[in-house]
Design a binder for this molecule. Structure first.
Ligand code: ATP
Ligand code: MG
Length: 300
């Protein structure tokens, strides 16, 4: 049996939010509801969904930063929960709000990461410069403290950090949000080249339809924690008789890609049906467990 880049089976994640009222029972947020999908080796797969639909939670679980409450994940054949240490050495992750040591320079932050990955400083620096150049960050910025850089520049450093070890698997949560159009294109071209040259498997979330269509061979629509449809951009549009992915999402989900209303139960032929679906939130879910939360702030 061939190994997939990513295999997600019946994945569940709950969050318990403490209520302000004295002795009130915590509210349960069912952030991921029985999600299942696969990404082939070397494939770029996109996740589209409105705010709060569970995209970042899914990326955090796959990055081993959150422990799932149910289901199983295999990344490059390694199982989580269970083989997190093997997974961490092989993934690069970019989150929309990357954490850095802000007083340190881009160079120092990147060398620190390289050190944690056991890379040789000189080759790490060479690779970092190559990537930053491809992403269009001026060399002289390399030694500026991160806190003096714009958000877009910091995002480029975050992307560089994820790519330093040339990982076979990239988990990218809105990697181009906040970048200007030229920088966005530079990042997209870089990702295309990575896939072509190294066969990197990429899972990407985005709110940018054009980016998703350009980069992703298949796209999953996620709404309220459930994967409601998946297919190529053309399949999704054709099936819903829509001109754009935006319209396809509305047609298939009953809500807009902006935060919205009720999800309709749709299971159209022609498009791989979403596995799983709406699940009633149990009064007592599993606990909200954190994994190796290196850089995540836990909001409970
Ligand atoms: N640490 C947390 N504690 C409690 N609830 C959380 C936590 N993280 C996420 N959630 C909840 O889980 C749900 C999914 O959030 P998530 O951040 O995964 O959405 P998203 O699809 O990434 O949204 P966006 O497009 O805005 O980035 C939301 O209801 C959110 O409030
Ligand atoms: Mg998010």
């Amino acid at each position: 049996m061939s190994i997939h880049g990513i295999e997600v089976r019946n994945l569940q994640k709950f969050f318990h939010k403490r209520r302000k009222l004295f002795r009130a029972r915590p509210a349960v947020v069912h952030a991921l509801k029985d999600i299942s999908f696969e990404v082939e080796m070397g494939e770029t797969y996109g996740l589209l969904g409105p705010n709060g639909s569970g995209k970042s939670t899914l990326i955090r679980v796959l990055s081993t930063l959150l422990v799932p409450d149910g289901g199983e994940v295999r990344l490059l054949g390694h199982r989580i929960p269970g083989e997190e240490h093997l997974v961490r050495a092989k993934i690069g992750r970019v989150s929309v709000d990357a954490a850095f040591y802000k007083k340190l320079s881009a160079r120092e932050n990147l060398l620190y990461s390289a050190y944690l990955y056991g890379m040789d400083g000189r080759s790490a620096e060479r690779r970092a410069m190559e990537i930053l150049e491809a992403l269009g960050l001026e060399q002289e910025k390399f030694t500026d403290p991160l806190e003096e850089m714009s958000r877009g520049m910091q995002q480029k450093v975050a992307i560089t950090r994820a790519l330093l070890i040339n990982p076979p698997l990239l988990l990218l949560d809105e990697p181009t949000t906040g970048l200007d159009p030229k920088s966005r294109r530079d990042v997209q071209t870089f990702l295309e080249d990575l896939r072509a040259e190294h066969g990197t498997t990429i899972l990407l979330t985005s709110h940018d339809m054009a980016e998703t269509e350009r980069l992703c061979s298949r796209i999953g629509f996620i709404a309220k924690g459930a994967l409601i449809a998946e297919g190529t951009a053309d399949e999704l549009k054709r099936r819903s008789n829509a001109a754009t992915l935006d319209d396809a999402f509305i047609a298939l989900s009953g809500e807009s890609l902006e935060e919205g209303s009720k999800v309709a139960a749709v299971n159209p032929d022609g498009i791989t049906p979403a596995k799983g679906g709406d699940v009633v939130v149990p009064a007592e879910g599993n606990g909200h467990k954190e994994g190796a939360a290196e850089e995540e702030e836990v909001k409970v």
